[in-house]
Ligand binder design. Structure first.
Ligand code: PLP
Length: 523
């Protein structure tokens, strides 16, 4: 009995002891978790401030920013997307003009909002205050490594054994490259800087701004073909800008000028899987990329050049040293953080998101314009993409529209009349019959562009039908004066559905038919 009592009291003692141990253990856990959240001392206020501003409701048509305007009451103010207004951006401005001019790649903003936690950067007040990194350089070695990894993952450029220079956006690198290549010619006359129309207008305007005894903008590349082949004409040295895919028409351009006295700057701003199939890695002497079009962070001003030749690399580094002394360390840190996210799941997450969105936009636009005879779109062909391992349909960043009617010589003005602002063809060294419409802007911009284009094509159909009706009503005219089958447009469930009808004769049946079609459109 005594033995039994002893056993039971030992058991109770053990139980009590274990309960106390457990309690102590939980108290320790609780304390240590409190302690770790307490460790967020100086960053906590900043995080609260950032989340406070971003939680402000701007009705999905705008956003507030830490460095944006503050109301009289000390509250941040919503910055509304184009065509929206009001304190919370909820009011649509019905007659507003849609901006399809700017190449702001805001189509990627929803991706970054979805990946807010991973892409946010916390920066202390003392983050890299000095001019140089600890190794004396101006570039983050970690970021350089990440850029090489990115190209290997995407398979769009060879970086092994190449040098890399950072720039304040690719804009700064374009002229750094012209400077570096023109210094190597050893010629007494300035190198001729050329491009193939339609070309990105900054090549011309920037080269003209910085023109020197070493280089000068000389227009169209094709007009110099015969001179570039001859290696004896040492006064003819060429620097050709090659843009692939091209801004504005999305073509995968190749160099036009060949020969020892022709050097190329490959601007590969759009050579990423959301804008084009990637047929193979580019392996050119000088290639330029930009964060602006890769992740959409145009405001961060970050670009990089990949260079084969050490002397050319050194001259670009010298240019950067004397021009800005490198790229802001804040920008380099942000880029590093963004690329960490881009590289997740072997790049599939961001590039798939971007591709889906661009592909949707291109399909929509193509469908709207396919029934128009007045406007045509550039032709792009599907290609095998080594990144996605499939044949991919085109997904260009811009629509390059041609006004087909003789009287529509100024295509920009035609679209402006329809409340669409594009970029005129002559800005790209092309005819004014062309206009560029941006497809990379915000969802709001694209929705409105789509709507305005639908209305424009709808009016075209109406005008065609009216012409058909009035011609049919005229008994002196034997046939409809239209050589093509007449296209008609009907509106179903808010979507425009296009189909074509066979041409009818000038009979009353034909007249009835056309009138019925107009009525169908109207009601
Ligand atoms: C072909 C091309 N190159 C370069 C740039 C300049 O980009 P960044 O923002 O890097 O200066 C642009 C911008 O639109 C572009 O379209």
């Amino acid at each position: 009995m005594e033995k039994q009592n002893l056993m039971s009291s030992t058991f109770t003692l053990c139980l009590g002891f274990s309960a106390i141990l457990n309690l102590l253990f939980f108290a320790f856990l609780l304390n240590s978790s409190n302690h770790s959240s307490n460790q967020l001392s100086w960053s906590r206020k900043a995080a609260q401030e950032a989340e406070g501003v971003s939680s402000l409701s701007c009705s999905g048509h705008g956003s507030a920013h830490l460095d944006g305007l503050i109301s009289d009451g000390g509250k941040p103010v919503c910055e509304c997307n184009a065509c929206y207004t009001g304190p919370d951006c909820s009011q649509f401005i019905p007659d507003c003009v849609v901006d399809a001019d700017s190449g702001n790649p805001l189509f990627l903003e929803p991706f970054w909002r979805k990946n807010a936690a991973k892409s946010t950067v916390v920066m202390s007040g003392w983050h890299r205050m000095g001019y140089e990194f600890e190794d004396g350089s101006l570039i983050s070695k970690q970021l350089e490594k990440q850029i090489r990894r990115l190209h290997k993952t995407v398979g769009n450029a060879v970086t092994e054994g190449r040098y890399i220079v950072f720039g304040a956006g690719s804009t700064q690198l374009l002229n750094a490259a012209v400077h570096a290549l023109s210094s190597t010619t050893g010629s007494s006359s300035p190198a001729k800087v050329v491009a193939s129309a339609p070309y990105y207008p900054v090549y011309k305007s920037q080269t003209e701004l910085f023109e020197s005894s070493k280089f000068k903008f000389n227009g169209e590349a094709a007009s110099w073909i015969n001179n570039s082949i001859s290696t004896t004409a040492s006064s003819n040295n060429f620097i050709e800008f090659v843009t692939s895919p091209n801004n504005p028409d999305g073509q995968l351009n190749k160099a036009v000028l060949k020969g020892d006295n022709a050097k190329q700057i490959f601007d590969l701003a759009y050579y990423w899987p959301h804008y084009t199939a990637i047929p193979s890695p580019m392996d050119e002497d000088l290639m330029i990329f930009t964060l602006s079009k890769l992740t959409g962070h145009a405001g961060s001003r970050f670009g990089w050049a990949i260079i084969k030749d050490k002397d050319v690399y050194q001259r670009m580094v010298d240019y950067m040293d004397l021009n800005t002394y490198g790229v802001a360390r804040e920008t380099q840190l942000r880029t590093l953080k963004l690329l960490d996210v881009v590289l997740e799941e072997n790049g599939r997450k961001m590039f798939d998101f971007g591709y889906e969105e661009m592909s949707f936009r291109w399909e929509k636009l193509s469908k709207i314009l396919s029934s128009s005879k007045r406007f045509s779109l550039q032709e792009l062909t599907p290609q095998q993409c080594t990144f996605s391992n499939e044949v991919r349909a085109p997904t260009p960043a811009f629509a390059w529209i041609r006004c087909e009617n003789d009287e529509d010589e100024d295509c920009h003005a035609v679209l402006k009349e329809a409340k669409i602002i594009g970029r005129a063809g002559h800005v790209f060294g092309a005819q004014s019959r062309y206009v560029r419409l941006s497809l990379v802007n915000s969802q709001d911009d694209f929705n409105l562009l789509q709507h305005r284009l639908e209305m424009l094509v709808f009016k075209e159909k109406m005008a065609n039908l009216m012409a058909g009706v009035s011609l049919g009503a005229d008994s002196t005219i034997k046939k409809y004066n239209l050589s093509q089958p007449l296209n008609t447009t009907t509106v179903r469930d808010g979507n425009i559905d296009h189909h074509s009808i066979e041409e009818s004769e000038e009979s009353s049946a034909g007249l009835m038919h056309s009138t019925l079609n107009i009525l169908k459109i109207l009601f």
